[in-house]
Ligand binder design. Sequence first.
Ligand SMILES: O=P(O)(O)OC[C@@H](O)[C@@H](O)c1c[nH]c2ccccc12
Length: 264
Amino acid sequence: MNKLSDVFKDHKAFVPFVVANDPDFDTTVQNIIALAKNGADIVELGVPFSDPVADGPVIQAADLRAFKANVQTRTIFEIVSAARQETDVPIVLLTYLNIPFKYGYDAFLKKCADLDIGGLVIPDLPYESRDEIVPTATKYDVDIVPLISPTSGGRIEKIARDATGFIYVVSSVGITGERDDFYHGLAELVKTIRQYTHVPTAIGFGVHTPEQAQKLAEIADGVIIGSAIVNIVATEKQDAPAAIASFTKGIRQSIDAAQQVILK
Ligand SMILES: O=P(O)(O)OC[C@@H](O)[C@@H](O)c1c[nH]c2ccccc12
């Protein structure tokens, strides 16, 4: 089982996101492999959902393409199983709570364990409701990756102290989608989190250029990019894996450059 935290041990991590079955099964498998082979440390695989309230138009459109290609919950596991023939890259699922709830928490988390899916990012799981799924997740050694945002305020300590895997630091208030600026207090926010836990932090929401990736990698332990990659899938369709490979190489270099800044 890939321990998610270990990924961050000796270098800044790159965590890209793609939507499962967008635009189809085989392209998603090839996208995961292209990400893994070109510098991704953890692949965040989105589970299409009918009401993705935290998602901007780019990912909402990707979810619709996945539904058009008849995605089911079991498709996600079949995609990971196919990718696992070629890569053991750590994978987390980005899923709204209703998906594992309807599938059955035990069955869903057992499938994750069987496929070496190391964690779940559940954007609509309130901290107060964590105990609904965490005990089962712990039983299968699957991390429930918490999200901390600029509006987490007084709950930061509790969320940080309970965290396992990594902590998803949301760069800005709002929904996913490319941005040109981020919450000004991000460095402070990461510093505050680090007072309560050694669990690594990865910043996501809006990141889409190598310069942004480098800057945020200097603040946190990793960088998450979704919409910019999903945009590549939207335009390149079945040719996406090649385009994703070169995008990933560029981001990898910029994040590694951030490492250099720290070491000087
Ligand atoms: O798309 P962006 O702005 O690069 O942000 C990452 C985001 O896509 C991914 O982590 C994600 C997709 N759907 C979500 C819902 C909530 C939180 C995070 C997500």
